[in-house]
Structure formats: structure tokens, C-alpha cells
Design a protein around this ligand. Structure first.
Ligand SMILES: [Zn+2]
Length: 249
């Protein structure tokens, strides 16, 4: 019996003008060789100095080339500058810093509008939203609803996508490769902060599950139900375990 039936989505965080291309290129080659179409979290106007210093003038063309390959482009905030927050103030009660949580609806709407303007000026329509540090609140969703056509969020904790507050959530639960018996899991990767040997090791792990990796475009969005009892049970158990097991980034 094949106990390994889970499907996986790959998401790469922190694509920005300053990202170290030599690291990202390794992932790109691996994805091309294995026909993997990940989600890319794009920061349109990065001001987070921790993500690199040399600005790539060809950045938006690179993002366009990835979109043309069928990769999913997500709006990853605006500046990627986060302030400390209390985890229970964020939508999934997870994460300790944020670009959004704690700000008024008006301020969050301005941030979202500035971000979507930047995407539009570069002729890219992001298909989903990826909050820096996984932290947002209901105001962020309101701002997305009023200022963008984005209705899909990569975040949340369940074993399947679900609907909540007029949005579809494609859960993001893993930061490493774990073989699981059922469900859909998004694996979050930060190429910029990884060392070269860590990248090669991670890719070796990804190779083992490559045939089980799908694209968000493979999801049947018609069949996604409202967040229910089973999703909430998963969320509760997950958050309990994550206090001990997972690092929050
Ligand atoms: Zn990030």
C-alpha cells in the first residue's frame, strides 16, 4: 500500500531586486528540469536590507519570465519591513512581526494600493497574496478586496485549501520536506538566507517528492469548501505542535 499520497506545492519567499541570483538560479534549474511550477513571493519595493544590497535592473523581466513559465506570482507585501506584533493579533495567531498587523484599514489599504500599482506598472498581475512573516489581519483582506483582484492567500493551517472571509486559502505548513500520508502541503523556502550546501541538500530532499509536487493551477477551486471542523482541528493541533517544532520566519 502506498502511504505517501500527499501532494505538495513549493513556495519561494522574498524575490526582490536585491536577491542573490546565484542561489535562486539553482532552484530555477531544478524546477525547470522537473517541470515544477512554484509560487514566488515578490516584494515590489524591497527595503529590507537583510535580503541583499545589489539592485538588479532586470528584476521585473525575470519575474515576467517566471510568470510565462506558469509559475504563480504572489504579492509579498510592499517593503518587507516588519514591526513586532503579538501573535494572537494576526489572522492565524501565528508570527511575531508584521508589515500589516497593528495598522489601520486606511494605512493597510495604502500599502496594498502602492504594491499593486507597482506590479501593474511592470505589467504583472499577482494571482495571490503572501504576507511577509505570514502575518496579516482582516483589514489586510479588506484592503486586498477593495484594491486588487487577488482572492487567494498562500497561508493558513489545514490539510486542504479552504474558504474563509471571501478568500481561498492554500495552506502553508512546512519549512522542510516531510513525507505525509494525505493532504496538500505548501513547503516554504527562503533561497536568499540559505547557504549553498543547504540549498543542495534541500534540492536532494525535493527530488524525493518531485513527482508529488503540483502547481496551484492544478487545484480545483470549484470544490473548495468553507473552513470547517476538520480544518479547525488541524489548525489547533498544528499550532500546538509548531510551538515546539517549527521555526517562525
Ligand atoms: Zn518574506
Amino acid at each position: 500500500m502506498n502511504l505517501h499520497r500527499a501532494k505538495y506545492i513549493i513556495r519561494l519567499d522574498d524575490a526582490c531586486h536585491q536577491m542573490p541570483l546565484e542561489k535562486w538560479n539553482i532552484f530555477e534549474s531544478f524546477f525547470d528540469d522537473n517541470n515544477i511550477k512554484p509560487i514566488i513571493g515578490v516584494i515590489p519595493l524591497n527595503k529590507d536590507k537583510g535580503l541583499g544590497s545589489n539592485s538588479n535592473p532586470d528584476f521585473w523581466n525575470l519575474i515576467k519570465s517566471w510568470k510565462n513559465k506558469g509559475w504563480s506570482i504572489a504579492m509579498h507585501g510592499l517593503h518587507h519591513q516588519c514591526e513586532k506584533i503579538i501573535p494572537r493579533h494576526s489572522f492565524f495567531k501565528f508570527g511575531n512581526k508584521s508589515e500589516f498587523v497593528g495598522k489601520s484599514l486606511n494605512n493597510q489599504t495604502k500599502i496594498i494600493q502602492q504594491s499593486i500599482d507597482c506590479f501593474e506598472q511592470n505589467n504583472i498581475e499577482p494571482g495571490m497574496f503572501m504576507a511577509p512573516s505570514h502575518t496579516f489581519d482582516s483589514y489586510t483582506l479588506n484592503a486586498l478586496e477593495s484594491s486588487t483582484r487577488i482572492r487567494v492567500i498562500t497561508d493558513g493551517f489545514s490539510f486542504r485549501p479552504f474558504r474563509k472571509n471571501n478568500f481561498i486559502f492554500i495552506p502553508q505548513q512546512l519549512w522542510s520536506v516531510r513525507k505525509l500520508p494525505f493532504g496538500l502541503y505548501t513547503i516554504c523556502i527562503h533561497p536568499t538566507s540559505m547557504k549553498m550546501d543547504q540549498i543542495h541538500k534541500f534540492i536532494e530532499e525535493l527530488e524525493k517528492i518531485a513527482e508529488h509536487i503540483i502547481s496551484p493551477f492544478d487545484i480545483n477551486f470549484e470544490n473548495i469548501k468553507n473552513q470547517g471542523f476538520l480544518d479547525l482541528i488541524f489548525e489547533k493541533v498544528y499550532l500546538l505542535i509548531s510551538r515546539y517544532k517549527f521555526k517562525q520566519k
